[in-house]
Design a protein around this ligand. Structure first.
Ligand code: AMP
Length: 387
């Protein structure tokens, strides 16, 4: 493959739509190969903006504004990095001959729980929790009775646990209804899902180019309020569960098509594997690969996008812990204890221009035997404070 210099008429160019901490790592990996990086987000000085050759600030739901930037920049590859993005712009860009990663329809399916669930369960026959889609309180009640209690209620168009709740009995349903309506996104339709009493949940990072599909070691994680707080790799699994997980991940990523890295989220109960969700891009729980793999999920994503060979070495057990801010600041400072910087641990600071309560500002990474790594990551995160 030929590698050009950036900012020339013959440069190879990627455009990140969404410029958060995951996009920042993708931008850095792309730059290491001489790729020109254009980063787009709704606010200035987003993490990936700070390491891009060029950046734009635009309403990510404004189809015309996004198309204008795409037409002006003419990127070789468009990498959607967030879910809250104008899907219309992606379809139009594709029609005009631009290469959306993995493709506009895959982004469309995965940004909406209804689309991805019906695709996975009904078109591909993957095992999922029982579910119904509803838009009225009455229908929600019948759906909950049908799937049984406890059940999980989520808006079809929300991410990171927003608007999501568990109803343990009929008495909880009004509260769940109210929570779903407060969510960002389009809360007009809800999914009511049976609760999967899983032993653990994993993210199976699955990477594909035109000829290869490879898997990273399964990532175990703990979610709180719909957001990941700890992840570790590898998650110990039975051979059968791992095989089923890889088969499922292959089916869903083949079904979605295109090149790139996907975060396939699965629930594991004994040897049974339930499909939950998939992100057609690097996954936050996969930040752990920054310390466990010779090629992180971000490097693998870039390799897949460019059509380069997919391979890496798994170095060994590791863990990550997310640091979330506890206050609002327009000039945030995170105080990181020196103990975070040891031979086998370090911190990545996302350098977001503003903090608010619950905003992820940094991640602690530890390379060590699993239990030790997880414990240390937990300790390290306690040593990080907002100033
Ligand atoms: P989601 O936004 O769908 O990824 O859900 C966030 C988290 O909620 C998941 O990672 C699970 O920990 C939990 N969760 C979601 N759906 C279910 C379910 N049907 N059964 C059990 N736990 C669930």
């Amino acid at each position: 493959m030929h590698f050009s210099a950036p900012l020339k008429s013959n440069s190879k160019k990627i455009m990140l739509l969404g410029s958060g901490e995951l996009g920042k790592e993708v931008a850095i990996e792309a730059q290491r190969l001489g790729i020109e990086v254009v980063a787009v987000d709704r606010y200035a000085n987003a993490p990936a903006h700070q390491v891009a050759h060029k950046y734009y600030v635009v309403d990510m739901q404004n189809s015309n504004a996004i198309l204008e930037i795409i037409r002006a920049e003419k990127p070789d590859f468009i990498l959607p990095e967030i879910e809250a993005i104008s899907i219309d712009a992606l379809f139009k860009a594709e029609e005009e001959g631009f290469n959306v990663i993995p493709n506009a329809e895959a982004v469309n399916k995965t940004m909406n729980r209804k689309n991805i669930r019906t695709f996975a369960a009904e078109d591909l026959g993957l095992l999922t929790s029982p579910y119904h889609f509803v838009s009225t309180f009455e229908d929600m009640k019948s759906a909950a009775i049908d799937v049984g209690f406890p059940c999980v209620i989520k808006p079809v168009m929300s991410s990171s646990g927003h608007g999501q709740s568990i109803a343990r009995s009929e008495d909880d349903l009004q509260n769940s209804w109210d929570i779903s309506k407060e969510a960002r996104g389009d809360a007009s339709e809800l999914i009511v899902e049976g609760f999967v009493n899983f032993d653990y949940e994993i993210t199976l990072l699955t990477v594909k180019n035109d000829t290869q599909t490879i898997f990273c070691e399964p990532i175990g994680h703990i979610q709180r309020d719909g957001d990941y707080v700890f992840s570790w790799q590898p998650m110990q699994m039975s051979e059968i569960a791992l095989q089923k997980s890889q088969d499922m991940a292959k089916k869903i990523t083949d079904g979605l098509g295109g090149r790139g890295l996907f975060g396939v989220e699965l629930f594991i109960a004994g040897d049974e594997v339930y499909f939950s969700e998939v992100s057609p891009r690097p996954h936050d729980t996969g930040l752990v690969t920054l310390i466990t793999q010779s090629q992180s999920e971000f490097a693998l994503h870039v390799r897949a996008v460019l059509g380069l060979p997919l391979d890496f070495t798994f170095y060994g057990d590791g863990a990550s812990a997310a640091f979330k801010s506890e206050k609002y600041s327009h000039a945030p400072v995170v105080d990181v204890d020196d103990s975070c910087f040891s031979a086998n641990s370090y911190v990545r600071v996302f350098s977001k221009p503003e903090s608010h309560v619950g905003r992820r500002m940094a991640v602690a990474l530890v390379f060590d035997e699993q239990e030790k790594a997880l414990k240390k990551a937990e300790e390290l995160i306690k040593g990080i404070k907002d100033v």
